[in-house]
Design a binder for this molecule. Structure first.
Ligand SMILES: C=CC1=C(C)c2cc3[nH]c(cc4nc(cc5[nH]c(cc1n2)c(C)c5CCC(=O)O)C(CCC(=O)O)=C4C)c(C)c3C=C
Ligand code: FE2
Length: 380
């Protein structure tokens, strides 16, 4: 029998509303919701004022949407019948569903189009090329990203669709990704969910209860170099395709040795329970959790917040499935990069996975009140 921490019933989840205003953006330490719609935009206007104006319009819409309201004051049906409605309507009648919207700015926004080059944080350094990755440019990068998380996919999709509609003529969608089944817990009140390899994922994650570690490892601080990012965090996304058919023909012993944890309970090799402390010496030297462990990287942690994805099948009878990996951190140069460098070099999981897209974004601090907007500290 499984023992899971107590969680509120599903109905309580869909009625959940997370505050939009605050020191930090919601959607980072917020207990990970069940569904994801992630979008990356290219900015097509070259006018800085127009971009800042769009961010203000987006902020106003996001403040409404996350509270369970329609995108604009007239909504889907309250405006003129001669004009397009200011909400697309597919979330009418649905509960708020714990929607959060989190914005980030990619390295390409800091080129010479908007006079932002001098504000590019050193921590937003382009990621190096990692061995074995086969990144597809069309589903990588982006000037601006928005991560929508909710318990109902229709609510997450509705939010992204309305932001894209508002941005018409100023931004265009570069790529978007749907995700289901969170693969991380970001709070100790949550049960650990499973990835598509069938393993509990997110056991040893940074969690919202870890106040000291969050201060040290998650949030950018005023002395970090880019003052406008204080209270923000850096986001790395990686779409990681899994060859699940090959994985499914691998023995249970091999699967468990690759991760360094058992499949049923999620306990570290040599231990009994999921949250027993990891004994690295008990597992093979290249076990995934051993290579990724903070002790192997100068105590570097990540706040992982990824989702499973299945984009249909690939025409060869294989599921086009995997993990949309999402990780927040204070500085990717000392956190994601060294961890991924060692995984790319030695992780036996590499036989079953391929990184196909990559994104890097500076997610600014939270919007403090209705007079504030996404990116104000950057554009000020
Ligand atoms: C660069 C960072 C990481 C990538 C990329 C990554 C890919 C990846 N991971 C799993 C499954 C699991 N990962 C687990 C632990 C874990 N993974 C990372 C980092 C990356 N993983 C870290 C930092 C950790 C925690 C290590 C520790 O402190 O113990 C686990 C074990 C359970 C857990 O603690 O979350 C699993 C399972 C997959 C399938 C995958 C790519 C598809
Ligand atoms: Fe991992």
């Amino acid at each position: 029998a499984r023992t899971l921490p107590a969680e509120p019933p599903a109905q309580a989840h869909v009625e959940e509303v997370f505050p939009f205003y605050g020191e930090h953006q919601a959607g980072i330490v917020t207990p990970a919701q069940d569904r994801l719609h992630f979008v990356a935009f290219d900015v097509i206007t070259t006018d800085r004022a127009e971009l800042a104006e769009l961010l203000q319009e987006w902020t106003a819409a996001a403040a409404r949407l996350t509270q369970g309201k329609e995108a604009g004051a007239f909504g889907a049906t309250g405006g003129s019948r001669e004009a397009a409605p200011d909400d697309t309507g597919e979330a009418l009648g649905l509960p708020p569903s714990g929607l959060t919207l989190t914005v980030g700015f990619g390295p390409s926004l800091f080129d010479d189009r908007f006079g932002l080059a001098a504000k590019r944080p050193a921590a937003l350094a382009d990621l190096p090329k990692f061995p074995g990755e086969t990144l597809v440019p069309e589903i990588s990068g982006g000037d601006i990203c928005v991560q929508a998380c909710a318990h109902d996919p229709q609510v997450a999709v509705h939010a992204i669709r309305n932001l894209a509609r508002i941005g018409f003529g100023r931004v265009s969608v570069r790529y978007s990704q749907l995700g289901f089944g969170r693969t991380s817990s970001t709070s100790r009140a949550q049960a650990t969910a499973r990835n598509l390899m069938g393993f509990k994922d997110g056991t040893n994650n940074l969690k919202l209860e870890d106040a000291d570690l969050l201060r040290e490892q998650l949030w950018a601080a005023p002395g970090d170099g880019a003052a406008w990012m204080a209270g923000g965090s850096y986001l790395v996304t990686r779409k990681i395709r899994m060859t699940v058919e090959t994985w499914d023909r691998t023995s249970l012993r091999e699967q468990e040795e690759i991760f360094g944890r058992d499949k049923g309970e999620g306990a570290p090799i040599g231990k009994q329970k999921e949250f027993d402390p990891v004994d690295l010496s008990a597992m093979r030297p290249d076990a995934h959790v051993r290579l990724a462990h903070p002790s192997a990287h100068g105590n570097a942690h990540l706040l992982r917040r990824g989702y499973n994805y299945v984009d249909g099948s690939d025409g060869l009878g294989r599921l086009d499935a995997g993990l949309f990996f999402i990780a927040y951190q204070r500085d990717p140069r000392t956190q994601f990069v060294p961890i991924q460098a060692s995984l790319a070099k030695s992780d036996p999981l590499n036989e079953y996975i391929r990184h196909v897209s990559s994104g890097l974004f500076a997610c600014p601090p939270g919007v403090v009140d209705a007079g504030d907007y996404w990116g104000r500290t950057l554009f000020a």
